[in-house]
Design a binder for this molecule. Structure first.
Ligand code: GLU
Length: 439
């Protein structure tokens, strides 16, 4: 029997998408591809961006407090590093999967490029319900995961940070584990291997509120295009975790009114406005917004929540929560993505048809990675900036990115979401063009 002939595959003939139409990775690459079309990006760049550079999966055992052992699965996806070291958060959540982490890594590449940070994109995660682990179990899991990642992370190679289900304590443990497993004498100078650390361990002022603060800076910059002002702004929030609660309190401080909130515990509404600072304290004590009644707030069902009239709706929870049905119920002018990938492609089409503007996460929620960058810079220089300096730097970077997006939108006649990806891709493609492909 003749041997089958081996056809060399050109990069552009590689499969671009997984077959699953619900794949989050396909959704992320779809946005990149659409932007490449608009920007007339070289096909080889489009091809490179259609797959991560490295995909690492680790399975590692952890001893639980009762002396038994459990095996956990962890991921680190390094999507692209043409602009600098890989950068992106680590997620602890039961639904963490390879496909989702790949998508989140693509968005990190786009986010850092749009912000013009000297970083590429990565994401990691462990499939775990962190809420059922004790603090000591969480620490052992974190240390064992960090050890399993080994030299695949590093202060100038791949820099993890917090994401859903992780916080500064977990970043401190990651940093400590990394430093203790380095053999060279310079290890104490490597604390910038992780960002989002506590202030005690080299973290930056303003990192915890950074994503919420960034949403606020973007909205303040773009609102006038919609004939809106912060003082008259009414907004609702899907999700009231770190991003949602800080976005709410900071927008309230700018004069805006929080009208409705839906989180995992339930939904509340108050036409006269919910006091965001008060609600944040309540939610921290009660595990969610449910039951909050101050100022005339009342319970509402999910449909009523989505249909509440507001200027801006901020989905600040998990992916895929705004599908075509939710998008069809919304009663707002602007959807500002606080979480990563909350609006499905079908949801986005419905929003476009209904003339609701979509401000994508790679712009809106880039405040987190931007202050991570500022933390990395401070660590490298051995300095600690005050909160005002950090806020100023963040505002400067976010406002520049928002105006970059507006300019691309005007120049190419595309919506703001496509323009954001376009402005990111343009920067990456310019770097590839200048540097060429090794060898
Ligand atoms: N996890 C955040 C994000 O999705 C922050 C990442 C970072 O600080 O590196 O943007």
């Amino acid at each position: 029997m003749p041997l089958p002939s081996i056809q060399p595959r050109l990069p552009h003939a590689e499969p671009m998408h997984p077959a699953d139409p619900d794949s989050l990775f396909a959704m992320a690459v779809g946005s990149v591809n659409a932007a490449c079309e608009v920007m007339n990006t070289a096909p080889f760049v489009k091809s490179i961006l259609s797959q991560p550079k490295n995909e690492l999966i680790v399975n590692f055992p952890v001893m639980l407090d009762d002396g038994s052992y459990r095996l956990f699965k962890g991921y680190r996806i390094q999507h692209n590093n043409i602009l600098g070291p890989y950068k992106g958060g680590v997620r602890y959540h039961p639904d963490v999967s390879l496909d989702d982490v790949k998508a989140l890594a693509v968005w990190m590449t786009m986010k850092c490029a749009l912000m013009r940070l000297p970083f590429g994109g990565a994401k990691g995660g462990v499939s775990v319900d962190a809420k059922v682990l004790s603090p000591t179990e969480l620490m052992r899991l974190t240390r064992r995961f960090t050890t399993a990642l080994g030299q695949n992370i590093g202060p100038d190679f791949d820099i993890p940070a917090p994401d859903v289900g992780t916080n500064s304590q977990i970043m401190d443990w990651m940093m400590d584990t990394y430093l203790n497993t380095q053999s060279n004498g310079a290890r104490q100078a490597m604390q910038h291997v992780v960002t989002g650390k506590s202030l005690t361990c080299g973290g930056s002022e303003g990192r915890e509120k950074a994503t919420g603060q960034g949403i606020c800076f973007v909205l303040l910059e773009l609102l006038s295009q919609f004939g809106l002002t912060p003082e008259k702004l009414r907004f609702s929030l899907l999700g009231f975790g770190n991003v949602g609660s800080y976005a709410a309190t900071i927008l309230e401080d700018c004069g805006a009114k929080l009208v409705a909130v839906l989180d995992q515990s339930g939904a509340i509404v108050c036409n006269d406005g919910i006091k965001a600072h008060d609600l944040a304290a309540y939610a921290a004590n009660h595990g969610g917004v449910r039951g909050y009644r101050a100022g005339g707030a009342k319970e509402i069902d999910h449909h009523g929540f989505y249909a509440t009239p507001v200027d801006v709706f901020i989905p600040a929870a998990l992916e895929r929560m705004v599908d075509e049905h939710v998008a069809g119920s919304l009663n707002c002018r602007i959807v500002a993505e606080g979480g990563n990938g909350p609006v499905t492609p079908q949801g986005a089409s419905v929003l476009a048809r209904r003339n609701i503007a979509l401000l994508p996460a790679i712009l809106c929620n880039a405040g987190g990675v931007t202050v991570s960058y500022l933390e990395w810079v401070q660590n490298k220089a051995g300095v600690h900036w005050g909160a005002d300096r950090v806020d100023d730097e963040l505002r400067h970077i976010m406002v520049a990115a928002a105006s970059r997006v507006s300019a691309v939108s005007r120049q190419y006649g595309v919506d703001l979401a496509t323009a954001a990806f376009g402005a990111a891709v343009e920067h990456i493609a310019a770097s590839y063009k200048q540097r060429g492909i090794f060898p």
